[in-house]
Ligand binder design. Structure first.
Ligand code: ATP
Ligand code: MG
Length: 398
């Protein structure tokens, strides 16, 4: 177990001396920061030990735990270790007073396979590539803020980015770029936070890019500056958009009892929430029309999930359709076709129907794949599942 291994470390000494004392260090490039930090191998694990005030360390560990409870991507805390040093002498009017001098250690597990800063920020990095990193960081902000968490020290130095494999149950696997919060001393956890605290976090983060530019310039490293006007505009606009969309999504999940995140991964455009809502309402209407009785939104959502969403996704997987749309899962394809239908219908001023929308989507976006006959057969199968509801809606019999 961890604990026995950890007890072998020389906690009575400052971590700066550990190397001389024979503790096995692991070479990890760390971001800029104020505190001494070591990466050490003990047993099978690599631990990260940060030395700081005892109270701060206790708070940081508690914060990491609560962040994890709330589903935030952050470090895995192991615990806090305290070392007591000679008391500090304080002169007061009535003589000397001694204060306890307790040093804390924040102990976390190494977050491995992160993309090193040297790759992320130091290379001349095109705006298009940077956007992927901004997207991951914006998602982290949205995760935090929508769960009532204020970071208080948001910066590139306090964020690690890595590729993570995300499994969507029976629907597909995806590799996503994810940003992790790695410095939790200043984190404040509330039920909800104000708009002004949210923007304080974002503004602070944008400012932090200036410091990196200055640091790198001082080190004589040349590359495109971060935090350009394009970066700033992109981050601000995307953050607000995603925060809004997420707020609506959470409200929608509350009303329908659906866990959309689990079903779809993440939503890309706010209109997807409306489309889901519309589909569920249509399904509710359809169930009612078919004489199955009145359903409330929660019941109708469950029926839509079981009778439409899951079978369609299963069909996509069985027919191996995601192969022709690289990087997309079955559930994403489903949502994209729905979104495509929405925009096509909007443009033509009437409901274009699933069949037409699906074919048009395939024509436009699939890579060269099977013959048209495959798509025709596939679209028919899809219509069998979705089409019933559509037929019911439009009143056209098949
Ligand atoms: N568990 C971990 N896994 C991988 N890297 C880590 C881990 N903990 C810390 N690091 C690296 O060490 C750096 C410094 O850690 P941290 O930000 O907690 O300390 P600090 O910067 O000294 O604190 P402060 O920001 O309060 O000054 C991080 O930016 C990160 O690069
Ligand atoms: Mg830091």
């Amino acid at each position: 177990m961890f604990l026995e291994d950890l007890q072998t470390l020389p906690w009575q000494h400052s971590i700066a001396e550990w190397k001389e004392l024979g503790v096995k260090h692991v070479h990890v490039k760390r971001g800029v920061g104020r505190h001494p930090i070591v990466f050490v191998q003990v047993g099978r694990h690599v631990f990260v030990v940060k030395e700081l005030g005892y109270e701060d360390s206790l708070k940081e560990i508690a914060n990491f735990r609560e962040l994890l409870n709330r589903g935030i991507h952050t470090l895995i805390p192991v615990g806090c270790v305290m070392r007591e040093e000679e008391p500090i002498e304080v002169d007061t009017q009535i003589g000397k007073r001694y204060e306890r001098n307790r040093v804390g250690h924040t102990l976390t597990l190494l977050l491995d396979r992160v993309i090193p800063d040297s790759q992320l920020y130091r290379r001349a990095f095109k705006f298009e590539n940077r956007k992927r990193i901004w997207d991951a960081i914006i998602d982290l902000f949205v995760e935090l803020h929508s769960r009532g968490i204020y970071w208080g020290d948001a910066s590139l130095a306090n964020t690690l980015v890595k590729f993570l494999r995300v499994d969507v149950p029976y629907i597909g696997k995806k590799v996503e770029l994810k940003a992790f919060l790695v410095d939790a001393e200043t984190v404040e956890i509330h039920d909800s936070i104000s708009d002004s605290l949210r923007s304080t976090d974002v503004e602070f983060f944008l400012e932090s890019m200036e410091w990196i530019n200055e640091d790198l310039m001082a080190e004589g490293i040349l590359r495109d500056p971060l935090g350009t006007k394009d970066d700033v505009e992109y981050i601000k606009a995307q953050y607000e958009l995603k925060y809004e969309a997420n707020a609506r999504l959470m409200e929608f999940e509350k009303r329908t009892g659906l866990n959309v995140q689990r079903l779809l991964g993440k939503l890309r455009v706010p209109v997807e929430v409306d489309l889901l809502q519309k589909q569920i309402e249509e399904h509710k209407w359809y169930l009612n029309e078919r004489g199955e009785g009145q359903f409330d939104l929660v019941e109708a959502a469950k029926r839509w999930h079981d009778e439409v969403f899951v079978p369609v996704c299963r069909l996509f997987s069985e027919e191996e359709v995601p192969r022709f749309f690289p990087g997309k899962t079955a559930s994403e394809l489903y949502m994209e076709i729905m979104t495509h239908k929405y925009f096509m219908s909007k443009e033509s001023g009437k409901d274009v129907g699933m069949m037409k929308a699906t074919r048009d989507y395939i024509d436009r976006f699939s890579t060269a794949g099977p013959l048209a006959s495959f798509w025709i057969a596939f679209t028919k199968k899809m219509m069998k599942i979705v089409g019933i509801a559509e037929t019911g809606l439009t009143g056209i019999s098949k």
